[in-house]
Structures are given as structure tokens and as C-alpha cells.
Design a protein around this ligand. Structure first.
Ligand code: G3P
Length: 222
């Protein structure tokens, strides 16, 4: 099933009660279309959302630390307890060192959280796949928030990532993101071999979030 992950980042339109409202819109859309809709709100909003909607809620980041003296860290155990079932790791706006990605992955595995490691090109996709996350999500940073879809502006980074992952760890799913907002962008991403998309501003900053989400998903109605 196509996976559509909506990253709430720190947008005002997707914080606190607005995050809950948007998650409800996503929940309804997931019922209406043949799609797995995932929301990734800020850490402090995970519990509110997971207690009120039935779709998967992911964290935006998890640190590779356990219990103890790690002030300010986000642990896999805490996001799991708050109701998250997965997390983004190494998002372009929250880059980690390779060893930190590995530590985060291992903390998430210990808690049974699904993992999406974000990458910026084919080479980093290759490196990320070797760490065996559940998914990699390739996002060219220059297209993030641009409204120019990766599936059209840089299709080679998607097909190249899909091919690279097939050779290294075929069990890892490939998502792509950056500039995705319309149904045709999502369809193009799927045609390039990705199993879904990671997106944000095209929906969150839209005047009508519900309409924008429906436009995105309309091409894949089940
Ligand atoms: O995590 C998704 C993201 O970085 C892409 O952002 O606004 O281009 O959809 P956007």
C-alpha cells in the first residue's frame, strides 16, 4: 500500500490543536483513499494525536540514547509510550552523524519502532540502506519547501536510490520527498519505483489543507 508521510515540522499550522485537526483530516483521507497515511508531529504533540486518531503517528527524530542522564534527548521509549509507532531519523533539518543514525536505529529497533532514514542523494541512500532501516526517504535539500517536486525535477535521484537499495538491502522501502504537493507528483514518484512520499508544506501551508490532501491522493483512489 502506498505510504504517505506528512511531516508537521514546526509549522504553526501543524502545532498543538492545529496538529490534531490536521491529523483528523489525514485520518479521514486515509479511510477514503487506498493509502497508508502517517503523521509526524512535534514530539510534544505525539500523545494528543495518537490518543485521538487511529492512523500511525511517527516522531520526527529519536536520539540513540537510553534512560539516564541525557537531558533534552528524545528517547525511543518515550515516543513509543506516547503512542508513536515509528520515526524519521536524519531529516535534512535534523542531520546526524553516521554513528548517531546507527545508535538511533538500534534504540528504535529495541522499542519496535518503524524507522525512516532520510537521505539527500544516492550515495547517502546507499549508506543508509546498509544500516537496514525499514525505509529510506531521499529528499534533495534544495527542493525542500520549494514547491518543485523531486519526482519531476530530479527523477534520477529517485530511480538511482531505488536501484541502489535493491542491490544493497532489497527489504528496505524507498520513499521520496521534497516539493511534492499534487496528485501528479505522487503518481510520478510511484512510477519511479518509490513506495510512497514524505511531504510537508504543500499540504500544511495550503489555504485548504483538506482539499490539498484530497488532490494529492485523488490519483490513487482504491
Ligand atoms: O519531510 C518532508 C520534507 O522535508 C519535504 O518538505 O515542504 O518540500 O514537502 P516539502
Amino acid at each position: 500500500m502506498t505510504k504517505v508521510v506528512l511531516n508537521f515540522k514546526t509549522y504553526a499550522e501543524a502545532t498543538g490543536l492545529a496538529a490534531l485537526e490536521l491529523s483528523r483530516i489525514c485520518e479521514k483521507a486515509a479511510e477514503q483513499y487506498d493509502v497508508e497515511m502517517v503523521v509526524a508531529p512535534q514530539t510534544a504533540d505525539i500523545r494528543l494525536i495518537s490518543e485521538n486518531v487511529s492512523i500511525p503517528v511517527y516522531a520526527q527524530h529519536v536520539d540513540g540514547v537510553g534512560f539516564g542522564g541525557f537531558t533534552g534527548s528524545i528517547t525511543a521509549a518515550s515516543v513509543k509510550a506516547a503512542g508513536a509507532s515509528g520515526t524519521l531519523i536524519n531529516h535534512s533539518e535534523r542531520r546526524l552523524k553516521l554513528a548517531e543514525i546507527e545508535a538511533s536505529l538500534s534504540a528504535c529497533r529495541a522499542e519496535g519502532l518503524l524507522t525512516i532514514v532520510c537521505t539527500n542523494n544516492i550515495a547517502t541512500t546507499r549508506a543508509a540502506a546498509a544500516l537496514k532501516p525499514d525505509f529510506v526517504a531521499v529528499e534533495p535539500p534544495e527542493l525542500i519547501g520549494s514547491g518543485i517536486p523531486v519526482s519531476k525535477a530530479d527523477p534520477e535521484v529517485v530511480t538511482g536510490s531505488v536501484e541502489a537499495v535493491k542491490k544493497i538491502e532489497p527489504g528496505v522501502g524507498v520513499l521520496c520527498g521534497a516539493g511534492i504537493s499534487r496528485g501528479e507528483d505522487l503518481l510520478a514518484a510511484l512510477e519511479l519505483g518509490s513506495v510512497g512520499v514524505l511531504l510537508a508544506s504543500g499540504i500544511i501551508k495550503a489555504k485548504d489543507q483538506k482539499k490539498a490532501l484530497e488532490d494529492l491522493l485523488s490519483g490513487i483512489r482504491g
